[in-house]
Design a protein around this ligand. Structure first.
Ligand SMILES: [Zn+2]
Length: 137
């Protein structure tokens, strides 16, 4: 299945869910001092001229000097609503289904991951390791 794609092959499902576990930055020692680099801005989909400050791992006693502690799920959930079922039954294209999913609040794993980077929960290196972000580069 393509990253962020829908697995429509299995009938009768109520929803599609995909998730990856991403290591969390240690809350005790993570640093939020520097803005995202140009490449990081590209991954995040933000203007480098307005680069956000993003968290970076440091290392302390609490995380055994790794800079990371615990994991958090980065996920996407697509609910097969009645509208979605109707659209599929009418033979909607992939693009039409994607638009409908968007209207119903669907966000991709990449977007969920980016939100967690911007919140300082995870860093980009960990996200890129877990979720294919190459279409953003
Ligand atoms: Zn730490």
């Amino acid at each position: 299945m393509a990253p962020g794609g829908f697995d429509l092959a299995r009938g009768g499902k109520q929803r599609h869910k995909a998730q990856r576990l991403v290591r969390k930055l240690c809350p005790t020692c993570k640093e939020m001092l520097f803005p995202a680099t140009e490449v990081e801005c590209r991954v995040l989909g933000v203007d480098p001229a307005a680069a956000p400050i993003i968290a970076r791992p440091v290392g302390c006693d609490d995380c055994r000097y790794t800079g990371y502690r615990g994991r958090v799920a980065v996920c996407e959930v697509l609910r097969f609503t009645p509208e979605f079922d109707d659209a599929m039954a009418r033979g909607a294209t992939r693009a039409q289904l994607r638009t409908l999913a968007r209207e119903q609040g669907f966000i991709t794993m990449a977007e969920d991951g980016i939100a967690k980077v911007l919140l300082g929960e995870i860093n980009i290196a960990s996200l890129v390791r877990a979720v294919d972000m190459t279409d953003r580069l």
